[in-house]
Design a protein around this ligand. Structure first.
Ligand code: GLY
Length: 373
């Protein structure tokens, strides 16, 4: 079943290349992707999809297009276009870093190192954290960290491996540690974001941006945590990160509804109109697949995670994908971007499509995405 799903994804992506032209897909409106000029946090996912399709099919059409997107990311960095945020890892891991990993292209490596440097500029010495959004000293945003940022740390781990300079690794580890202490709660659920006093570094408290309430568990945030801590474990070998990833994964799995695809927030009231977030399921599957790479064959949790992976993935392919809809643009239906903000609450999300294909490629081809070499 995974092979058929990959082939469907490759076919749709090939068609989308013509359709999207120079533009980048974000989320859908009425079944059609909204496109932008490479100025959103999501634009690396299109590059990542193209690289995955290239690696699966070896069709040069995907490679040519993927390289075009990397050129666009070079321009974005040169002109500093909408880069005052932590999502630089999402943008450059899946575009220029992927190109480096596949082709050992030196300028792609150089661009990725520049991007890592840019992310480092968000480090706030006083509080010892990477600021999520906005400019330094911003009255509100200056003190905020975010769980999503865990997926932006791999570009820093990679930069230290490449250059031998520990400064990137030090920041990434400090951020992972801060996230573990303040974003993950005692019952293994998570805050979406957390505020610190910018002047003193003292913790203030958890707050949400896209979740149901400040104290609730936004489903995608939990998924970012599962995958992000597993990736931090891969690069640091600190057992606390693997343990945290496992605990967050168990919380996620235990709170899944019958069809194994979560609602948008684990604390949201459930009725027949409650939106799902299929993208969170696809991220969580990638995270679980990363976790089990690090478990011994006889680890008592292995079978539990393997059953969850198969159940979630089967449901995604059979009930949430567009595998039986030849004309669909997206791969995965029923994602939600920002339910309280009424933004794309039942749509395609380009990151949902990316992680869906990454999960399929992990399952079918033992691929591991573009987060680490
Ligand atoms: N990183 C933003 C989101 O997951 O919506």
């Amino acid at each position: 079943m995974w092979k058929l799903a990959i082939e469907d994804a490759v076919k749709k992506t090939r068609k989308n290349i013509e359709h999207f032209g120079e533009l980048f897909p974000h989320v859908s409106v009425n079944g059609k992707y909204e496109l932008n000029n490479n100025d959103d946090w999501t634009d690396g996912f299109w590059s990542g999809l193209l690289w995955l399709c290239y690696e699966y099919s070896k069709d040069p059409v995907f490679k040519e297009k993927a390289i075009q997107t990397v050129d666009s990311f070079q321009n974005r960095l040169n002109k500093n276009i909408v880069l005052n945020h932590h999502d630089i890892g999402f943008l450059y891991s899946l575009s220029s870093k992927a190109q480096w990993m596949i082709e050992k292209n030196e300028s792609a490596r150089e661009l990725t190192l520049q991007a890592a440097e840019k992310l480092l500029s968000r480090w706030r010495e006083k509080g010892q954290y990477l600021q999520a959004w906005g400019l330094k000293n911003d009255e509100i945003e200056g003190g905020r960290i975010i769980i999503d940022c865990l997926l932006n740390l791999p570009i820093l781990y990679w930069a230290s491996e490449q250059t031998g300079d520990p400064k990137y690794l030090d920041v990434a580890e400090a951020q992972a540690e801060k996230s573990r202490r303040y974003l993950v709660r005692g019952d293994d659920s998570s805050y979406h974001t957390f505020f610190f006093n910018q002047g003193t570094g003292e913790p203030i408290g958890g707050a949400t941006h896209q979740g149901y309430t400040n104290g609730s568990t936004w489903t995608r945030g939990q998924a970012w945590g599962i995958y992000g801590f597993a990736l931090s474990y891969h690069s640091t070998k600190k057992l606390a990160y693997l343990e945290t990833a496992k605990r967050m994964a168990k919380y996620f799995i235990e709170h899944l509804p019958e069809d194994y695809v979560p609602y948008w927030d684990f604390c949201a009231p459930i009725n027949e109109n409650t939106p799902r977030d299929s993208s969170a399921a696809s991220i969580a599957v990638c995270g679980l697949l990363e976790i089990i790479r690090h478990l011994k064959e006889d680890d008592p949790d292995r079978a539990y995670f393997e059953v969850a992976i198969q159940s979630m993935m089967k449901s995604l392919v059979e009930k949430y994908s567009t595998i039986n809809e030849a004309d669909a643009e997206g791969l995965l239906k029923h994602g939600s971007y920002h339910v309280r903000g009424n933004l794309a609450i039942d749509d395609y999300m380009i990151w949902g499509d990316y992680f869906y294909l990454e999960a399929l490629m992990r399952l079918e081809k033992k691929h591991k995405g573009y987060w680490y070499e």
